[in-house]
Design a protein around this ligand. Structure first.
Ligand code: GDP
Ligand code: CA
Length: 320
């Protein structure tokens, strides 16, 4: 069994490639829920949904998020209420776009959660409805919400307000995972991490996508014991994230925006880091912080290239 720690887009692409080359070997993805949010009375799990939609082949690759063939009638209809909404109310918010088909996922999930079903079970139901071939586990059934502190005025805001509302175009000074101390890894998470022949840290944002998973009680400790079986893929290529604020966040939190910064972030619990060909010159520096560097093409333009990357990761894990 192969276990993958996953955020959203980078992880979804990697998993797509991994499933193309993993044959009969089971794959378990443990997915970040720190990005989750509540809007319109609905529970929205962006990373779980990105992975689900991508693996089902139903994601919108042009827009980069959500479902292909989406329509926006509900969002447009909400605009009517903008002038009626009292000051201080978040009702009818349209700053976070939810397509009509995407809304169906949130309606189903929220109803099931309200019936008392844990997120792990609801996630499995949604994955089954989308016909997924791998097991998706939310990192926890307990509420964990990522919050960031703005450099400008020291205010702390929710992750989606930063990521979508402010288009992550502002400096931050800190990240906190509210609820993490009381959260327990979801059922199946510790077993998958303990039994997997390889634990792969997907090329996701190290701070806000992988950070919450590693901060759950017991997870980092277990991976530290299994360090030789843990292989990460750098989401930073030539000093930049391919998408999103991972590069800036590393710098703002005191690490270099490079594969070396990723190695420094993961060094305690990760034996091997796969870095891009463009960063071949950094391999020696990655080695010198105590993480074995493996150099290959890590840009996942399509399933075939993502499959090549997944194979390189698995080869590495086999010889670890
Ligand atoms: P989000 O939750 O959708 O923002 O997604 P993730 O945290 O999973 O992914 C964002 C990270 O994925 C960014 O830092 C990107 O640089 C990285 N990423 C996306 N596509 C690729 C790719 O093809 N190769 C590599 N190496 N990283 C990628
Ligand atoms: Ca995310």
């Amino acid at each position: 069994m192969i276990c993958v720690l996953a955020g959203g887009v980078g992880a979804a692409r990697f998993l797509d490639g991994l499933l193309a080359v993993s044959g009969d070997e089971p794959v378990v993805a443990i997915v970040n829920t720190g990005d989750d949010t509540e809007l319109h009375g609905l529970t929205i799990c962006p990373d779980l949904d990105t992975v689900t939609y991508t693996l089902a082949g139903e994601n919108d690759c042009v827009r980069g998020w959500g479902l292909a063939g989406e329509t926006w009638a509900a969002m447009h209809a909400l605009e009517r209420f903008a002038s009626a909404r009292p000051v201080g109310s978040g009702a009818g918010a349209t700053w976070f776009s939810l397509g009509d088909r995407d809304l169906a996922t949130h309606l189903y999930r929220s109803h099931r959660l309200a019936e008392g079903a844990p997120l792990t079970l609801v996630t499995a139901e949604i994955a089954a409805a989308f016909g997924l071939a791998c097991t998706l586990l939310p990192m926890t059934d307990d509420p964990v919400r990522t919050r960031v502190t703005l450099a400008a005025d020291g205010r702390e805001i929710g992750f989606q307000e930063y990521f979508v509302g402010l288009r992550h175009d502002v400096a931050i000074t800190g990240v906190r995972f509210a609820g993490i101390e009381a959260a327990r890894p979801a059922p199946g998470v510790m077993r998958a991490l303990g039994e997997a022949r390889a634990v792969v840290i997907a090329p996701s944002n190290p701070i806000v996508s992988i950070g919450p998973i590693l901060s759950l009680p017991g997870v980092a400790e277990l991976l530290t014991e299994r360090r030789d079986a843990v292989v990460a893929v750098s989401p930073i290529i030539a000093g930049q994230a391919l998408k999103g604020p991972a590069d800036r966040m590393l710098v703002e939190l005191g690490l270099p925006a490079s594969a070396v910064g990723v190695a420094l972030r993961y060094r305690e619990l990760c034996g091997t880091l796969v870095i891009d060909e463009q960063d071949a010159a950094l391999a020696a520096e990655v080695d010198s912080v105590g993480v074995r560097a493996v150099v290959t093409d890590t840009i996942m333009r399509d399933t075939e290239r993502a499959g090549h990357l997944a194979r390189a990761v698995l080869d590495r894990a086999a010889t670890a």
